[in-house]
Design a protein around this ligand. Structure first.
Ligand code: ADP
Ligand code: MG
Length: 707
C-alpha cells in the first residue's frame, strides 16, 4: 500500500480493478509489476518525465540527436511494400520544409483505412534516418481536429513501465490514459491536506490537490516544478517527523543506565596514562557522550570521524566512565585482525591500571572461551573486545552498561539489536562509522540516532600524497618503493578480493604475491601476506611480523581495510585500483599517513578505465578529506549503494533525491524539529491532520526497519 495515500478518502483505497479501463486482468498486472493495488497507489505512480508536446518541429531541421519530434504536415502518399516480415505501410508527410517518411509494420490494414491522403496530421515519435532521410516508425498520428479536441499542447507524462506491461499493452501511454480516468473520479475532498496552514504559507507550497494534478498533467513546466517542490517537501518532511518522533520517544520513554560519575578510572587514565593530548574534537565528543549517558535514558549515538581521527581512544575512555559507574563494556569490531588490535592496545593501556580486558573471537579456544564467559558473568572482566562472536546468546554479562560497535557498516541492524538484550536495562550504544557518511545521508539513514562528529585530525599528520599510475609505470613505482624501504619504511600492496569470484581473485592474489616477490626478492626483502581465507592464527602471525618490522612489505586483500594501525608504513600501492569503490579506497589509504613520515598512496590501473572509475581515481588524488569523498561517492553512486544503508529502507523517496535536493532535506529537517519542539505529540489542533496521516501509516518505510 502506498504510504502517501490520504487516509480519510474511500476513493483512494478503492481496489484498482474498479477503475474504468482496468478490469481483473490488467489489475493483476498492475499489482504484480508495479505494486499498484488501489486508486491511491496509481495516483502516486509518478511520471519520470514529460514530453513537450507544445512544440512542433519543421521537417528540414530534424536531426539524429533529437529524441522525439512532432511535425505537422499533409499526408502525400501511402503504400504497402515488402513481403512477409518486411511487409509494411509507408506513408509520406510533407510540411513547408521537407518530407518525412512514416512506417508501420503492425496494424497495417487498420492504419491504412484510418488515414486519408491530403489530410493534415500531427505526427509524433522517435526520428530515425534512412539513407539520410528522416523517418518515424510507428508514429502517433492525429488529425489537427483530434489534437485540438483532446486539448493537446501540454506536457505529456511518461510513466515507468516494465517490459512485461509493455508486452501486454500497458505501455506508458496506456498508464497515462488510466491516470486521466483516475482524475475524472477524484475530487479535491479526496486529497486531504495534512500540513499545517502556516507552514504551507511560509514555504509557499501549492496545495496537495493541485500538486498531485500537476505532477501528472502540468499546464506548464513551471506548474510541474511547483508541484514537485510540494511533493518532495512532503516526502522529506514526513520522514524527518518520523525520525524526530522516534528519537524523542526513545529519549522520553526508554529507560537507560544512569552514569552519574566520572571517577577514578577515567581521571587516572586521563592524567597518567593517556599517550597523547586529546584533540579538541575528541574532548568535545567525550563531553557529549558523558552528558548523554547521565540522563537516565539509553544513549543511541552515532560517532562519525574520518579515518585516523582517533575514535578508538574516545571509545576506550567512554568505557572507563562505564567502569567508574560499576558497569562492564563491550566493543565489537568487524574483523578478527581489528578486534585483536583493539584488544592489544586496550590491554597495553589498561593493564597498568589493573583493569581486565578480554578478547573473544571465533577462534578463541574452548577452554579459554569458557573462562572468559565465566569471568564475564562474575564481573571480573571489565572490558570485552570481540568480533560478532560476542553477540551470541551464550555471552552473558554481569552488568553490561555500554556497547560500542566499531566500523558500523559491517553490521546489520539485527545484530545491533541483539546487544540491547544483554542487560535488563539496555546498555548505552555507541556506533562508530568506518568512513564518514555525508551529513544528508546520516540524517536519513541514521536519523533515529543522535550524532557526534570528530572533525579534526590529531596534530602532526601530513596528508597522504596520492597519485594514479598506469601499469606500465611499474618499474618507476618499484624504484620509488625500494628507496622508501631503504629509508626504513614499510609498504602495503593491496589486491582486490571480491566475494562473488573469490576463487579467481584468490588466484590473482597469489599471482600478485609472486609478482611482488619477483620485484623484492629475499633475503634483502621480506614479505608478509594476509587474506580472508587464511586461518586466523596465521593471519595474526603475519600481521605481527609486519608490525614488528620483521617484514617490510605486506601483501593483502581488503581484510586490511578497517582500522589496522602500523604507523611506520608509509606507502600503499593499490593494484587494480579501478575495481574499488571510493569509500573503500579512502579507508585503505587511511592505513598510511599514521606516523610522522610523509606518506604515499599509489593507485595502479590498466589504461582501459571507465569514466566513472576515472572520476573516482581523480577524486582520490585531489583530496584527503573523508567527508568530501563521501559526498562525492554519494553523488557518483547514489544512496542505494552506500555501504550499510541499502537495507535501511530509509532512503526510498519517490520524487525527492537526497543528493540533488539536499537543501530541501536540511530545511525540512529544521522545520520538522521546530514543529516537534512546540508540539512533540502533534496534539495541537492545527497538527491533527498530520498526526492522523502519520498514524495511518505506521507500517511505512521508516519506522520498523531502523533499530
Ligand atoms: P580511527 O578514528 O580511524 O579509528 P584510531 O582511533 O585508530 O582512528 O586512531 C588513529 C591513530 O591516531 C592511532 O595511532 C591513535 O593512537 C592516534 N591518535 C588518536 N588520537 C590522537 C591524538 N589526540 N593525538 C595523537 N595521536 C592520536
Ligand atoms: Mg577505527
Amino acid at each position: 500500500m502506498n504510504k502517501y495515500s490520504a487516509i480519510k478518502s474511500t476513493v483512494l483505497s478503492n481496489p484498482i480493478e474498479y477503475l474504468k479501463g482496468v478490469g481483473p486482468l490488467r489489475a493483476d498486472l498492475l499489482k504484480k509489476e508495479l505494486q499498484i493495488f488501489t486508486f491511491g497507489d496509481l495516483l502516486h505512480h509518478y511520471p519520470y518525465r514529460h514530453l513537450d508536446r507544445t512544440k512542433v518541429q519543421v521537417i528540414a531541421q530534424i536531426n539524429p540527436a533529437m529524441e522525439y519530434v512532432q511535425v505537422r504536415g499533409i499526408l502525400l502518399s501511402m503504400e504497402i511494400v515488402g513481403e512477409k516480415r518486411a511487409r509494411r505501410l509507408v506513408a509520406q508527410l510533407r510540411d513547408a520544409t521537407g518530407i518525412i517518411e512514416l512506417t508501420w509494420f503492425q496494424g497495417i490494414n487498420w492504419v491504412e483505412k484510418a488515414l486519408m491522403i491530403g489530410q493534415e496530421y500531427l505526427a509524433f515519435g522517435k526520428p530515425g534516418f534512412f539513407l539520410g532521410k528522416p523517418q518515424i516508425t510507428h508514429p502517433e498520428l492525429e488529425t489537427l481536429r483530434e489534437a485540438n479536441a483532446a486539448g493537446k499542447g501540454f506536457l505529456e507524462p511518461i510513466y515507468p513501465v516494465t517490459e512485461k506491461l509493455k508486452a501486454r499493452g500497458l505501455n506508458a501511454k496506456a498508464i497515462g490514459k488510466l491516470m486521466q480516468q483516475l482524475f475524472l473520479v477524484l475530487e479535491q475532498k479526496d486529497i486531504g491536506e495534512f500540513l499545517p496552514q502556516d507552514l504551507i504559507e511560509k514555504e509557499q507550497l501549492v496545495s496537495r490537490w493541485i500538486s498531485l494534478q500537476h505532477v501528472h498533467f502540468p499546464p506548464s513546466a513551471e506548474h510541474h516544478h511547483r508541484a514537485l517542490q510540494r511533493l518532495k517537501f512532503d516526502e522529506f518532511f514526513i520522514a524527518q517527523l518520523r525520525m524526530g518522533m522516534l528519537r524523542s520517544s526513545r529519549h522520553r520513554f526508554s529507560r537507560g543506565q544512569v552514569f552519574t560519575t566520572v571517577g577514578n578510572h577515567f581521571n587516572d587514565f586521563y592524567h597518567h596514562h593517556l599517550p597523547f593530548p586529546l584533540t579538541g574534537a575528541q574532548k568535545r565528543v567525550l563531553k557529549e557522550l558523558r552528558q548523554d549517558m547521565g540522563t537516565g535514558k539509553q544513549m543511541n549515538r552515532l560517532l562519525q570521524g574520518d579515518v585516523g581521527s582517533g575514535k578508538t581512544i574516545v571509545a576506550l575512555m567512554t568505557m572507563l566512565i562505564a567502569l567508574d559507574n560499576g558497569f562492564q563494556s563491550a566493543i565489537m569490531a568487524p574483523t578478527e585482525i581489528l578486534a585483536r588490535q583493539h584488544a592489544n592496545q586496550f590491554m597495553e593501556l589498561l593493564h597498568p591500571m589493573g583493569i581486565r580486558v578480554a578478547l573473544l573471537t571465533g577462534s578463541t579456544r574452548s577452554a579459554e572461551r569458557k573462562k572468559i564467559l565465566n569471568d564475564l558473568l562474575n564481573g571480573s572482566i571489565s572490558i570485552l573486545v570481540g568480533t560478532h562472536a560476542l553477540i551470541e546468546d551464550v555471552v552473558q554479562f554481569k552488568n553490561l552498561g555500554l556497547a560500542v560497535i566499531d566500523e558500523q557498516h559491517k553490521f546489520g541492524v539485527a545484530q545491533r539489536a541483539k546487544l540491547w538484550q544483554k542487560n535488563t536495562i539496555p546498555p548505552h550504544m555507541l556506533v562508530m562509522t568506518a568512513t564518514p557518511i555525508p551529513r544528508t545521508l546520516a540524517m536519513t539513514a541514521y536519523g533515529d540516532l543522535d550524532y557526534s562528529v570528530i572533525d579534526e585530525l590529531p596534530p602532526g599528520r601530513t596528508p597522504v600524497l596520492t597519485v594514479h599510475r598506469l601499469d606500465d609505470a611499474r618499474p618507476q613505482v618499484m624504484d620509488f618503493i625500494r628507496s622508501e624501504i631503504a629509508l626504513g619504511r614499510q609498504v602495503y600492496f593491496i589486491f582486490p578480493l571480491i566475494e562473488e569470484s573469490e576463487k579467481l581473485q584468490y588466484e590473482d592474489l597469489m599471482r600478485g604475491y609472486e609478482n611482488v616477490k619477483a620485484w623484492f626478492p629475499e633475503p634483502q626483502y621480506w614479505i608478509s601476506m594476509v587474506h580472508g581465507r587464511m586461518p586466523a592464527e596465521q593471519k595474526e602471525i603475519n600481521m605481527q611480523r609486519f608490525v614488528n618490522k620483521d617484514t617490510q612489505i605486506m601483501v593483502s586483500t581488503t581484510v586490511i581495510e578497517v582500522g589496522v594501525n602500523v604507523p611506520n608504513a608509509s606507502v600503499m600501492v593499490i593494484e587494480s585500483a579501478e575495481k574499488f569503490g571510493l569509500s573503500q579506497l579512502h579507508q585503505l589509504r587511511g592505513r598510511v599517513g599514521r606516523g610522522a613520515e610523509k606518506s604515499y598512496c599509489i593507485l595502479l590501473s590498466g589504461s582501459q578505465v571507465g569514466k566513472e572509475a576515472k572520476d573516482r581515481l581523480s577524486v582520490m588524488c585531489s583530496t584527503n578529506d573523508g567527508f568530501k569523498i563521501a559526498e562525492k561517492d554519494l553523488e557518483l553512486r547514489g544512496p542505494g549503494d552506500i555501504q550499510g544503508t541499502r537495507q535501511s529502507g530509509a532512503l526510498d523517496f519517490k520524487l525527492a533525491d537526497i543528493v540533488k535536493d539536499r537543501e530541501l532535506l536540511e530545511r525540512t529537517k529544521l522545520k520538522a524539529e521546530a514543529l516537534l519542539e512546540t508540539d512533540p505529540d502533534l496534539r495541537k489542533q492545527e497538527n491533527t491532520a498530520l498526526r492522523e496521516f502519520l498514524q495511518a501509516d505506521k507500517g511505512g518505510t521508516v519506522w520498523g526497519k531502523i533499530s
